[in-house]
Write a new protein. Sequence first.
Length: 277
Amino acid sequence: MNGYDSSEDHQPVTWFRGHPVFAAHLIVAGFVLSMLVTTIFDAFRIDHLLDWLTFSSSLVLQGEVWRIFTYGFVNHPNIPFAFDMVIIVLCGREVERFFGRRRFFLLYGGLYLLTPLLFTLIGRWWPISRAGETGAFGLFIAFATLYPNVPLYFNILAKWLALIFVGLLTLMAIASRDVTSLISLWATVGFAHAFVRHAQGHFSLPSFKLFEKKPKLRVLPDLPPKKISRPSLEPEPAMAEVDALLDKIARSGIGSLTSKERARLDAAGAELTKRKR
């Protein structure tokens, strides 16, 4: 069995006298309380008030939608109810420890609402009524799917015990021609088994991208062209003119240059000095 995980979601909801209290225990406490209230209503002959809580597909289709959620709170005291509570405590606790509290609530919520929603869909042609706790057998199927080789009663493995119960309940429904029980049984078994296998990563649900938003293309305004700064090109000094002045100096001396020629020679010299830097 899976031990306590460090995540808070896998931890007990609370502790009572050193014993861990899981969400499965709280569910059982709620159903036991509803059984006590139902017993009091039966004892004082006011059980007709419970008719407002039971499920009826025809009444749900007329607008009394709350019956989908309240049908499980009408529980008369009997042996099958006691067995269901034991299954929720034992199997539900282990399933919760494995998946965590949130996913456990998803599983049990799906099991609780599956049957009334399914019967509401077919209730227009086939009126159905029911009351009482549901979902315990689905938790047992989930447990057997998680731990198929765990020995249970008389050392029978969980997977074989699940197959025996499913087969026996199927034959009982067929023999009594109870189609509604047969539909509820196989819907519950299929949902619990598929939920666990999906959570274990054995298959994935198809994704429908009907409402996927496509990325919007935004047209940017035309940006002005960047101005490329080019270095100003200054005219190079006429090297031929400088060479001629140097030849004149070589022939007649520097004193032979006129003031204009001397200024031109000085300017050429300054320009060459600047380029060397």
